[in-house]
Design a protein around this ligand. Structure first.
Ligand code: DC
Length: 217
């Protein structure tokens, strides 16, 4: 079974994907974390320089990304927290727009799906990574609500920012993700679209569960 979940930042994809994976004993693959790892390595090795595609591609080729439960490892170092900083978030679109970087990540993601029953979330899962997925979901939500959700998460971690700043970061990331040439964020024709605005995780989860139960029959 392969389930693809795509959608813009803050639509609730990863929370729901983890819940689905736990219920159906599937493996969850956070593809955003993979692009974040590359951005994190670039920042570590080259500082704030994201204008040298060749160097970034080399880093992507030589970086080993692994997962263990909720933890993300970059060349065997636990980077679970580091890859969630606003700086990494901002620079991830710089690496995610490079064709060669995407090809490297997509190949690893497909390899993973060959050997596992997977729930993957990202931007190009239904369109590029798993075009034959058994189920494709596209989760969306009003940008203000997405910003409010992100703010709540940040407040809980003690790294608060103004709502307007978070909203503007999200809008910029959405624009970059939707407008890049390679693997842009798209709503494919065979995706089940769910607007999560005003809905709790549980409500969205139950809605998706109906489709999954139907597909598994
Ligand atoms: O889902 P996320 O916020 O962790 O994603 C981080 C960034 O990576 C975001 O700017 C979009 C990009 N991304 C991508 O280009 N393709 C994916 N499959 C997943 C994420």
């Amino acid at each position: 079974m392969q389930i693809a979940i795509d959608g813009p930042a803050g639509a609730g994809k990863s929370t729901i994907a983890k819940k689905i994976a736990a219920t159906y004993k599937m493996t969850y693959l956070d593809t955003g974390a993979m692009y974040r790892c590359i951005a994190h390595c670039v920042l570590n090795q080259q500082g704030d320089r994201f204008d040298d595609n060749r160097a970034i591609i080399e880093i992507a080729k030589t970086t080993k990304i692994t997962f263990d439960g909720d933890k993300v490892f970059c060349n065997d170092k636990d980077v679970t927290q580091e890859i969630r900083t606003p700086l990494v978030s901002r620079h991830t679109s710089d690496v995610a727009k490079i064709k060669e970087v995407r090809n490297l990540m997509v190949n690893q993601q497909r390899d993973y799906a060959k050997n596992h029953s997977v729930v993957m979330d990202g931007r190009d899962i239904g369109s590029v990574v798993l075009p034959d997925a058994d189920l494709k979901f596209f989760l969306d939500a009003d940008v203000l609500e997405r910003a409010q959700r992100r703010k709540k998460e940040m407040d809980e971690k003690g790294s608060s920012k103004a709502l307007e700043e978070i909203r503007s970061d999200i809008e910029n990331r959405d624009t970059n993700d939707r407008n890049r040439i390679e693997g842009p964020l798209v709503q494919v024709a065979d995706a089940i679209v769910i607007d999560t605005t005003g809905k709790s995780i549980e409500v969205v989860y139950q809605e998706m569960k109906k489709y999954i139960d139907e597909a598994s029959r």
